[in-house]
Design a protein around this ligand. Structure first.
Ligand code: PMP
Length: 428
């Protein structure tokens, strides 16, 4: 495959945009080469500026659960745009999507829409701090909750891919209120509570981690966090920006049967438009302005185009009783195929998967936390990535990312992917 035009476009972009990209994970810095410039996408496929067709396993980092340019979403956006693109005033549409979201997700009474997952998580911890009147939060090494200051402490995703899990620019004052724990290590979390009695406002966690590759919670881990929170008057925040409306209608809360106090959403809830949201039961949400003292706002929050897109997306997921089962089956099929091919080629690997989130780590030992995720062989990953790309398969350009499976993938696409893995595995 040729990437001449992408290379030219990247060089041009680099003159006026830092690194040529508006979000670092899009750059190919850790795998080498030129980021691919997309021209358009439909269903499971990307079409780039050089005329290549790629099977997409990023899917806009999650939201394209039903495929790119999903007709009901596209049509809703077109129709809505004709009636005005922003008012900064309430619309009936916002209530409609809020009602639907509240009906799909357990343990929430009210929801507020924002413009990104970053905003959702940032607002969720402010609300937790205001509600509990405490300052500290616990986050897990390798988890990513957007780029707001409190979270850029041992952060995953692009922050770790590009070597700045603790970003310069985050003040010591802010950093001291973020306590760092090991994913899947309850004892470690318990010791933070012992060392900081009555000071911890919230634990924030990706209930299935997706930003250090995919790492599922070990048995009893989320239950243990729930108990620790209850025992210490601390709120449990599930960052469901990736898992929400993907692992189940009600996200990880439903899948694992664990109650969170605040839930953050992103991506999916906007059907690919810039949307995030956070939600909780009444007593917590009523703490927000204009009802309560915790301030949070946004000119474009609840934007009509974004709400129209999100509503169609949620309706489609809510009305299709089998979509999550289909996604799980497709991903299980892919997992089985990849395992067989890597094993046959004698490649050392670990695959982690929960539902339609999956990742391949090039290391034999179990990958259960940030430390074990960091042990993967990045040289092998680079070869794997570029080998797949040559075969027309596009996975995230970093070993610290998860593959997101879309229902638009056919079993032929999955077979083509498995065959590509077989070819590439022979070269590793
Ligand atoms: N939380 C999680 C779990 C995420 O994966 C992301 C983005 N990948 C965010 C928060 C931040 O969302 P956004 O990029 O929309 O700001």
């Amino acid at each position: 495959m040729l990437y001449q035009r992408s290379s030219q476009l990247c060089a041009e972009a680099e003159q006026v945009i830092p690194g040529g990209v508006n979000s670092p994970v899009r750059a190919f810095k850790s795998v080498g080469g030129t980021p691919i410039f997309v021209k358009e996408a439909k269903g499971a496929y990307l079409y780039d500026e050089d005329g290549n067709k790629l099977i997409d396993y990023i899917n806009s980092w999650g939201p394209m659960i039903l495929g790119h340019a999903y007709d009901p979403v596209v049509n809703a956006v077109i129709e809505r745009a004709k009636k005005g693109t922003s008012f900064g005033m309430p619309t009936a549409l916002e209530t409609e999507i809020a009602k639907l979201a509240v009906s799909m997700v357990p343990n929430i009474d009210k929801i507020r829409f924002v413009n990104s997952g970053t905003e959702a998580c940032m607002s969720a911890i402010r609300l937790a701090r205001g509600y509990t009147n405490r300052d500290k939060i616990i986050k897990f090494a390798g988890c990513y909750h957007g780029h707001s200051d409190s979270f850029l402490i041992q952060a995953g995703s692009g922050a770790v891919t590009f070597g700045s899990p603790n970003s310069p620019g985050v003040t010591k004052g802010t950093a001291k209120d973020t306590l760092l724990a090991k994913y899947n290590d309850l004892q470690n979390v318990a010791s933070l509570f012992e060392a900081n009695p009555n000071e911890i406002a919230a634990i924030i966690i990706e209930p299935v981690a997706g930003n250090m590759g995919c790492i599922p919670p070990s048995d009893g881990f989320l239950e243990g966090l729930r108990q620790l929170c209850d025992a210490n008057g601390t709120l449990l925040i599930f960052d469901e920006v990736m898992t929400g409306f993907r692992l189940a209608k009600g996200g990880a809360q439903e899948l694992f049967g664990i109650k969170a106090d605040i839930v953050a959403f992103g991506k999916v809830i906007g059907g690919g438009l810039p949307v995030g949201a956070f939600a909780a039961r009444n007593e917590i949400m009523n703490y927000l302005a204009p009802l309560g003292p915790v301030y949070q706002a946004g000119t474009l929050s609840g934007n009509p185009l974004a709400m129209a897109a999100g509503l169609e997306m949620l309706k489609a997921l809510n009305n299709d009783a089998n979509v999550f089962k289909r996604l799980d089956e497709k991903t299980a099929y892919l997992e089985k195929g990849i395992r067989e091919k890597l094993e046959a080629a004698g490649v050392v690997y670990t695959i982690n998967r929960t539902g339609s989130m999956i990742s391949v780590h090039f290391d034999a030992s179990p990958v259960t936390d940030f430390q074990s995720a960091s042990n993967g062989d990045n040289d092998t990953f680079k070869k794997f990535f570029h080998g797949l790309l040559k075969e027309g398969i596009y996975i995230a350009p970093s070993a610290y990312e998860t593959w997101f499976i879309t229902d638009a993938l056919t079993y032929d696409d999955l077979d083509a992917t498995i065959t590509a893995v077989e070819k590439v595995a022979a070269t590793l």
